[in-house]
Design a protein around this ligand. Sequence first.
Ligand SMILES: Nc1ncnc2c1ncn2[C@@H]1O[C@H](COP(=O)(O)OP(=O)(O)OP(=O)(O)O)[C@@H](O)[C@H]1O
Ligand code: SF4
Ligand SMILES: [Mg+2]
Length: 344
Amino acid sequence: MSALLEVKDLTVSLKSHCGEVQAVRGVDFVVNEGEVLAIVGESGCGKSVTAQTIMGLLPKKLIKRQSGSIRFQGQELMGLSRSQLRKYKGAQMSMVFQDPMTSLNPTMKIGHQIIEGIVKHQKLSKKVAKQKAIELLHLVGIPHPEERYRQYPHELSGGMRQRVLIAIALSCHPKLIIADEPTTALDVTVQAQILDILKDLKTRLKTSIILITHDLGVVAEIAQRVIVMYAGKVVEKGTVEDILEHPNHPYTKALLSSLPRTDAKEKIRLKPIEGTPPDLYSPPKGCPFAPRCDNAMEICLQGMPKETRLSDSHISHCWLNDERCPSLKERLMLLNAEEGRKQA
Ligand SMILES: Nc1ncnc2c1ncn2[C@@H]1O[C@H](COP(=O)(O)OP(=O)(O)OP(=O)(O)O)[C@@H](O)[C@H]1O
Ligand code: SF4
Ligand SMILES: [Mg+2]
């Protein structure tokens, strides 16, 4: 598989009334042609800012600093002006957001909203564009597409509106779709239907998908590879099997153990991850997960863990994999010394 999108050392700081938020801190990943890459991690870890930076959607006035490389089909996108980016990207990438109601124009009929994209990118007549729009509505599983074409967003259910958004995203035949929590606002049955549509796109149209989700069940169902983000960084990445069956990073393990086990005979109590992620206004110099990690050692507070390649596909950033990590015996001695200090 060849790389469609390569993101290297992506770093984004945003302006806010409290100062500079270091939302994305040196993120690296690749999306191959025709694959689904899932990005998972707790709220505020930088998933959406990463996606919006790739799409060039962050308002300019919000960005304090931005660096790194975003190569799409070998072309560097970082540093291009907004108009160059729009022109180059044009029909290549689309985004589907969580809340279809705020992404759709409530005053415009569904059909016109789909046609806008088709006419803009494919320079077709309105008549042909209408035919294409109806085909797209059909493709995303909307019954009676001719009637729906003439309706307004409020006349459709949440699941139907999300299908319309996917149809709009598809209207320019993109090579890559970035779907940011596309099923979060929907009920379980509709979620499954939307996932089926995304799976179908991947198989039939060979569209690559970046799927941002909180739901590891969704990841297991649809993704081939996963990146796990924490406090603006990638802490672990690998194939779905690497991450779900052989997690290495303590944060990934904690995420997995906080999941309800649908395969379990008895109900297993959820174990939420205690504590909260660090403040991204002044992130710690060491491992950001340290305050919540049962394995944290002195070395974890001193500096950021380096990348460890566990296999061809599996990478983790944790001091436990590093040869400079103190041995277990030393760790126990440190813990005992700490206990002694506390009691003295
Ligand atoms: N418009 C904004 N202004 C200031 N800070 C922002 C803005 N948008 C995001 N941030 C900050 O950037 C960081 C990353 O946010 P981001 O929205 O990427 O998180 P996320 O992983 O998508 O979370 P969620 O799962 O809740 O959607 C957070 O600290 C957030 O507070
Ligand atoms: S580097 Fe240290 S604190 Fe961070 S996850 Fe690994 S063991 Fe825990
Ligand atoms: Mg988000």
